[in-house]
Write a protein that binds this ligand. Structure first.
Ligand code: FAD
Length: 333
């Protein structure tokens, strides 16, 4: 049987073929596999759901280590211990069914539980950092398998010290939730609190309308979700942009130290990159539902996605002097 390509391992559905694939169904096998490959000097990439990965085409000199250890257990009334390969949305469903609140706004985020700390996943005003207490890591530098506190990961907006560094592999995570019937205040409902089940449904519905829930029949979801992080810029630059665009209400959020966080989607749109950009014939286009998602319309390659990303970055930089940074991890490009 031929080795599956990254086109079948990632949600962008692009990318070439790894030299080898190892599927790990226990935390111990995952740690041991990475230790063995590291000892042999074999380049590797950890792959969960492949929903935040843009991998180059062709024959790739690396081994794909698939995180496939699954399982959710209740440590006590409010603490969940989750194997890294568990589908994240199954964790949210489990919590909601057990009357545990804190992650309902993270419904529908694709990928594995083990990847959630990597970029501190977040949505609708919630992020994993709110509930993550500790993480079982295989540390590739010290070759140790140990539980570490979430505070050691430098979790910040779409960032942790695991992202882009590959320094450690998440084997399991632990979340402390809250026994409750009510959701956290939901940003997309104007801060309203509803039942956990209603919150989950409403988040899923809102996400679906934006192409942010995986659906193989919908090319708007052949993406890596938001392709750029929201840029943080000096307040003076934000003022200039507001003046150039001439709209009363530019989305802007204080980010401390005279800095302001802007909306990448808003900047992309105001720079003239509309939904579906650059147009009908392009194999890679902005989603027709959300300007922040770069999508594969069926025949795109990794180079098409990367070229579109660079084009959008160039337009926004030229128009507003703001550099957009990709959110997904790029491999070999
Ligand atoms: C339609 C869509 C919507 C999305 N919406 C959101 C959203 O609302 N909020 C958000 O934050 N993200 C969102 N994303 C991005 C993505 O779903 C998350 O980043 C998710 O956590 C990635 O999980 P994964 O298992 O697919 O990781 P992968 O894509 O497999 O890997 C991503 C990176 O993490 C590393 N990695 C994966 N697993 C581990 C592990 N166990 N240990 C160490 N490193 C690991 C990989 O090596 C890689 O560098 C969305 C993506 C899509 C396609």
């Amino acid at each position: 049987m031929s080795t599956p390509s990254f086109a079948s391992l990632t949600t962008l559905r692009v990318g070439g073929t790894p030299a080898d694939i190892v599927e790990c169904t226990t935390a111990e096998a995952l740690a041991a596999t990475v230790a063995r490959l590291d000892a042999a000097g074999t380049p590797l990439i950890i792959v969960g759901g492949g929903s935040n990965l843009l991998v180059a085409e062709g024959a790739l000199d690396l081994t794909a280590v698939l995180v496939r250890n699954t399982g959710i257990s209740l440590v006590d009334d409010i603490t969940l211990r989750i194997q890294a390969g568990t589908v994240w949305d199954n964790v949210v469903a489990f919590a909601v069914e057990h009357g545990l609140g804190g992650i309902e706004a993270l419904s529908g985020i694709p990928g594995s539980a083990g990847a959630t700390p990597v970029q501190n996943v977040g949505a609708y005003g919630s992020e994993i950092a709110d509930v993550l207490t500790r993480v079982r890591l295989y540390n590739r530098e010290t070759e140790t398998d140990e539980w570490v506190p979430a505070s050691s990961l430098d979790l910040a907006y779409r960032y942790s010290n695991l992202k882009f560094t590959s320094r450690a592999v998440v084997l399991e995570i632990e979340l402390e939730l809250e026994k409750t019937e009510q959701s956290i205040p939901l940003r997309h409902l104007g801060g309203e609190r509803v039942s956990l089940a209603e919150a989950r449904e409403s988040v899923l519905e809102t996400r679906r309308a934006k192409g942010m829930v995986l659906d193989s029949a919908d090319h708007d979801t052949w993406s890596a979700g938001s392709f750029f992080t929201n840029p943080v810029v000096p307040a003076a630059l934000a003022d200039d942009i507001e003046a150039i665009v001439g709209e009363d209400r530019m989305p802007r959020f204080a980010a401390g130290d005279g800095q302001v966080k802007l909306s990448a989607a808003w900047l992309i749109e105001r720079a003239g990159c509309h939904r579906g950009f650059p147009g009908e014939d392009a194999p890679a286009r902005l989603s027709t539902k959300h300007t922040l998602a770069l999508t594969n319309r069926g025949a795109a390659t990794a180079d098409d996605i990367a070229a579109l990303a660079r084009r959008v970055q160039g337009v926004v930089e030229k128009q507003f002097g703001v550099e957009l940074h990709p959110e997904p991890v790029w491999v070999g490009l």
